[in-house]
Design a protein around this ligand. Structure first.
Ligand SMILES: Cc1cc2nc3c(=O)[nH]c(=O)nc-3n(C[C@H](O)[C@H](O)[C@H](O)COP(=O)(O)OP(=O)(O)OC[C@H]3O[C@@H](n4cnc5c(N)ncnc54)[C@H](O)[C@@H]3O)c2cc1C
Ligand SMILES: *[C@@H]1O[C@H](CO)[C@@H](O)[C@H](O)[C@H]1NC(C)=O
Ligand SMILES: *[C@@H]1O[C@H](CO)[C@@H](O)[C@H](O)[C@H]1NC(C)=O
Ligand SMILES: *[C@@H]1O[C@H](CO)[C@@H](O)[C@H](O)[C@H]1NC(C)=O
Length: 543
């Protein structure tokens, strides 16, 4: 029997849902009504324990959309016949990666409301933009002046360009922190980046435990200490770490350099060749889904996951009157506790530890003010920076209050998508903060009457990331896998696509004896070594 036929048959049968697929043998209406005797004895092919040949993905963000894409790659390569349903409670694809339009007017260039940048070593995102013909735009406004604000004064102010990419070793930085701090930091980040790239190598093993992965990458000491502790052990100037690196961790992860682990600290600094997709990063995720041929159910919240004892199938429930649908595999592609899914029987699950997320306030606005208020920053007749990052260091030193926001950045002039200028000169500004930014505060910052459009959004943006060597489980039960277990290790769009590649590979291996790539052929070490040398090789896209 060709496996395709077996799969095709079981898919057809499962259309009859539980009664058909789960309590086999049984009365098969479409076969017994058939004049012709069945060519094969289905009872020998489909024992009671065979769940339908389907995978459910919960969530259509970076993780879920890429999971569907990886499954499609396996289908192409193995002729695997599996049906994929993606469930998404929002009415859009992208999750924490989505755009809004100034004044809610689609004639304007959209603005990222969540995840905005990725970098060149993010090989899945990079490759996706290339294969899907999406235009990348560089990140950072050359005209911006960057300042690090400590709540009372700017501890550092420097020229434009993207954060750290271009001014890491400018004279002002060297003047304040010495020459070795930026150099040593760059070296530490570079060695992390080199190690990171092994995650795309042809020989990268699938992993079932992130603690073990961290250890095999040599990152145990990195995740086990705060960024501040780790940088101190690397001989990097304490002030540099507590001001400049702090500014980077606060804008990227809403956490202080002496609070979050050093791996995320380093990721905050790996800003070389930062880019976004013109028109919105979410387009990568839309393309993943479109090219996967998966069925996407928007505005459909998964409320329950019940395992059928007889077949082992997962019954995915979406509430209301809709009947649950049975699946052989389920990929959870959202933070576990945010899904509020009831899993039954609960004892089945490997326990998922509680994971708090940083509650972030994003305020987007347009203003006719060319710069923020100099008076607010005590600059007198001076000009305030248009990229204000912040440090916690004054509080740390016991000398003052926390800055009122995490970051405030000008994102260029308001422009029509066709390049035409807007009716009047306005700039788009993005503020990240721990608390709501009130209208009166904005009026004070940009001048009375100078604020046009304002949009506020609260996100559970990324995990709270203290040092740890213990990470959530990836396999929660037979057939049930958890992509966002990876987030407390690293939380970015890219790493969610790496985590989903791994999860899909585990699932296909465990349930279908397949994988995203064919198993390595013994004696082919030479070919593998050749591929490993090709720095364009990206595991999953290439095999
Ligand atoms: C303001 C902000 C800035 C950021 N900046 C960056 C950045 O510059 N670069 C970067 O790489 N990352 C950034 N991040 C982090 C990045 O957004 C995330 O790491 C990544 O997008 C997570 O993708 P995901 O698919 O795992 O989760 P999500 O994008 O959260 O997707 C999960 C999806 O699951 C859905 N869902 C949840 N429960 C259910 C349910 N029960 N049934 C059905 N659907 C459900 C949700 O609606 C959601 O769409 C930022 C995040 C924020 C908020
Ligand atoms: C998606 O569907 C199209 C049209 O039916 C088909 O040509 C393509 O091979 C399918 N791709 C995958 C990954 O299933
Ligand atoms: C934005 O415009 C769309 C389309 O006109 C509308 O459906 C939506 O409600 C508007 N959103 C806001 C926040 O005003
Ligand atoms: C991962 O491995 C570590 C060390 O072997 C172990 O202590 C931990 O329980 C494992 N974690 C999971 C989620 O299985």
């Amino acid at each position: 029997m060709r496996p395709e036929l077996l799969f095709g048959l079981s898919v057809a049968l499962s259309a009859h849902w539980q009664a058909a697929a789960l309590k086999f043998p049984f009365n098969i209406p479409f076969l017994s009504n058939n004049d012709q005797a069945p060519l094969i004895d289905v009872n020998t092919l489909l024992p009671e324990s065979t769940p339908p040949n389907r995978i459910a993905i919960v969530g259509a963000g970076a993780a879920g959309s890429s999971a569907a894409f990886w499954i499609a790659k396996a289908k192409e390569r193995f002729g695997l016949d599996v049906e994929v349903d993606v469930y998404e409670k929002n009415d859009y694809i992208g999750g924490r990666s989505t755009v809004v339009y100034p004044y809610n007017n689609t004639e304007y260039d959209p603005v990222e409301l969540g995840a905005s940048i990725f970098v060149e070593i993010n090989r899945n995102m990079w490759r996706a933009t290339e294969e899907f013909g999406l235009e990348r735009i560089g990140f950072g406004d050359e005209n911006n002046v960057m300042g690090i604000w400590d709540g009372q004064e700017f501890v550092l102010t420097t020229g434009g360009g993207s954060f750290l990419g271009s001014w890491m070793d400018t004279l002002k930085v060297i003047w304040r922190y010495g020459i070795s701090a930026p150099r040593r930091t760059q070296a530490v980040v570079k060695s992390m980046a080199t190690q990171f790239l092994t995650l795309y190598a042809p020989t990268t093993p699938r992993f079932a435990n992130i603690t073990t992965l961290a250890s095999s990458l040599g990152w145990t000491p990195v995740v086990a200490s705060t960024a501040a502790e780790y940088f101190d052990t690397q001989g990097i100037s304490r002030l540099f770490t507590r001001e400049l690196v702090d500014a980077a961790t606060r804008v990227n992860y809403g956490q202080d350099v002496d609070a979050l682990h050093a791996l995320e600290g380093m990721c905050s600094l790996a800003a070389e060749n930062a880019a976004s997709v013109k028109g919105g990063n979410f387009q990568v995720f839309e393309q993943f889904l479109q090219r996967s041929n998966a069925t996407v159910h928007l505005k459909t919240e998964v409320t329950s996951l019940i395992q059928d004892a007889a077949s082992g199938a997962w019954l995915v429930g979406t509430g209301g009157t809709t009947r649950p649908r049975a699946y052989r595999g389920v990929v959870l592609a959202a933070p576990f506790y945010s899904t509020a899914i009831e899993v039954s029987p609960p004892a089945l699950l490997t326990p998922v530890p509680e994971q708090p997320y940083v509650h972030l306030h994003v305020t987007l606005l347009s203003t006719t003010a060319r710069t923020p208020s100099a008076a607010y920053f005590g600059l007198g007749s001076g000009v305030a920076p248009t990229e204000v990052l912040t440090t916690h260091n004054r509080v740390r030193e016991g000398l003052g209050e926390e800055p009122e926001f995490n970051s405030m950045t000008y994102h260029g002039k308001l422009r029509k998508a066709d390049g035409a200028p807007a009716e009047r000169d306005e700039w788009v500004v993005k503020i990240f903060s721990k608390a709501r930014v009130e209208d009166a505060w904005l009026e004070n910052m940009f001048g009375a009457g100078n604020v046009g459009w304002v949009l506020r959004k609260e996100w559970d943006a990324y995990p709270v990331l203290p040092p740890t060597v213990s990470f959530p489980p990836i396999k929660l039960a037979k057939g049930l896998y958890y992509v966002n277990a990876f987030e407390p290790f690293i939380s970015t769009m890219e790493t969610e696509t790496i985590a989903s590649r791994n999860v899909v590979d585990l699932l296909l291996h465990d349930e279908w004896n397949a994988g995203i790539c064919p198993a390595a052929v013994e004696g082919d070490e030479e070919a593998t070594a050749e591929k490993a040398k090709d720095d364009k090789f990206v595991l999953g896209w290439d095999c």
